[in-house]
Design a binder for this molecule. Structure first.
Ligand SMILES: CC(C)(COP(=O)(O)OP(=O)(O)OC[C@H]1O[C@@H](n2cnc3c(N)ncnc32)[C@H](O)[C@@H]1OP(=O)(O)O)[C@@H](O)C(=O)NCCC(=O)NCCS
Length: 164
């Protein structure tokens, strides 16, 4: 199956909210309790706020053979959101999204990129060369959830223009 990327449109928001909830409910099941996942999934309940968050960031949509498969957003030097539809998990969708956001960040002159990774996403980011930097606890809709700030340094060109 072919993975394609395109920019976010505000009309995508309702479908992305559904994908977000399914992603949290299913793919974060091993790492967070029922109450924690309900609180986290509730972030998409206010569709206007959810839409504004995506529209205010550099947001990309991934499709697999035309079907919505995932999305990711980049703001202030960090990956803000990265969610894959459970039916398209472990198929390289998040990798394609992260590849694109890392390239865009580097093209804008960034020397590193960050993510506040959920425990469900830590192995994904670690496999891409992100190092754990700080453990956090965030409050969402009255529940405490642990995350890890992870950072990846981009290769810098030397004076001759070669990358290391
Ligand atoms: C984390 C997440 C984005 C990964 O999406 P994905 O499209 O399945 O990831 P990919 O297929 O691109 O995975 C690439 C590599 O990352 C690693 N990886 C991804 N998911 C993993 C998991 N659950 N456990 C261990 N390693 C994992 C593997 O090395 C994988 O390569 P492999 O499949 O060849 O072994 C997805 O599971 C998700 O949406 N989770 C719930 C929401 C979430 O936590 N989002 C992050 C918020 S910061």
């Amino acid at each position: 199956m072919t993975i394609s990327l395109r920019p976010f449109l505000p009309s995508d928001a309702p479908a992305l909210a559904r994908l977000f909830r399914a992603s949290v409910e299913v793919l974060a099941e091993e790492d967070y309790s029922v109450n924690q996942r309900a609180a986290w999934a509730g972030v998409a309940d206010e569709l206007v706020t959810f839409t504004q968050r995506l529209a205010g960031a550099l947001t990309l949509i991934a499709t697999r053979d035309g079907g919505l498969a995932g999305f990711a957003s980049f703001v202030d030097g960090r990956i803000d959101m990265l969610y894959v539809d459970p039916e398209h998990a472990r198929a390289g969708v998040a990798s394609a999204l992260a590849d694109a956001l890392e390239k865009l960040a580097a093209a804008r002159g960034a020397t590193e990129i960050q993510a506040d990774a959920s425990d469900a996403a830590r192995d994904f980011f670690a496999a891409r060369g992100y190092a754990a930097w700080r453990r956090n606890t965030v409050t969402l809709n009255g529940e405490w959830l642990a995350t890890t700030t992870m950072k990846k340094q981009f290769a810098q060109p030397d004076k001759a223009g070669a990358f290391h």
